[in-house]
Design a protein around this ligand. Sequence first.
Ligand code: F6R
Length: 363
Amino acid sequence: SKGDYRHYMLKEIFEQPTVIEAALEGRLSAQSVLVESFGPDALALFQRTRHVHIIACGTSYHAGLVARYWLERYAGVPVQVEVASEYRYRHPVVPEGTLFVTLSQSGETADTLAALRFAKTLDYIGSLAICNVPGSSLVRESDITLMTRAGPEIGVASTKAFTTQLVALMLLTLSVSKAKNQVEYPDIIAALRTLPEVCQRVLALDSQIEILSQAFAEKNHALFLGRGAHYPIALEGALKLKEISYIHAEAYPAGELKHGPLALVDSEMPVISVAPNDDLLEKLKSNLQEVRARGGQLFVFADESVGIDTQEDVRVLALPHVHEALAPLLYTLPLQLLSYHVAVLKGTDVDQPRNLAKSVTVE
Ligand code: F6R
């Protein structure tokens, strides 16, 4: 049931601290990840892993894009990420030692399942499914699995399934790093443990995000910008806004702005930027300057330590500081809340957006 919440989506957004904790439960030791969380065969498989191919659809695909940054940076493994409906019709070249990974909330998405079946005819060392539904087709047909433990997700727009996929993908990153390189990242382990509480503090900003949402209800378009692992978070923010509020939204890596989309920016174009405090912040700041110079309205979600002033044309929402590895997870939350409140203002059917189904079992 929805309990006291007006919509399932809002309830599921607010469940994230709890389900993130569940997704971590029993999977970490004091200083390190427990590789056997992926099953008894996982260690041998990860030791042999030299490449990773990640296949998924929609929101799950965005989780895969974040994982590419993580696996390359923290485990030193090259990664390809692709939507299932493209992958399955290509002739993929599979380098020696490649692990095939699918991501899915339902485990029944037709294209993702077809991609797994296709991959079995190719030269992969094995398949891993990261999935929310035990006993689903994807789980039954994969060599090894990790459950995301988000619980049933009723809202069509995926929220807690996405953030728990990210937790699972960080566990994968740490496991591959430990198996292959004997590197354990105790700092990330410690940050993972505090994540539920930090997420709680972000959710406490809900009423401020609701106020920001008023600026979007009358708009027809929006642009989301991010850099690095936050580019996929910008993509996910744009997808959520499209799905439930029917506002046309696009996401770009901030560095691409001047290669085209800047032409769209005027005073009618809200620009939402995820700007945590990492190496790319200075570059992002200059991208933001380009937007302001064209009269675009800017909304910046940034680390509380970052000095971006709130001014008439720039509205800043400060988020609690978190280990930079986990920032993509944290910055997802305000974007979910933003699209939720915009949809409520517009009066759309938040939990059952038009034309969409929760599980896409047709091709
Ligand atoms: C977006 C959304 C969809 C799903 C996609 C894949 O909010 O829910 O984009 O992410 O249909 O579904 P799963 O993860 O069940 O394979």
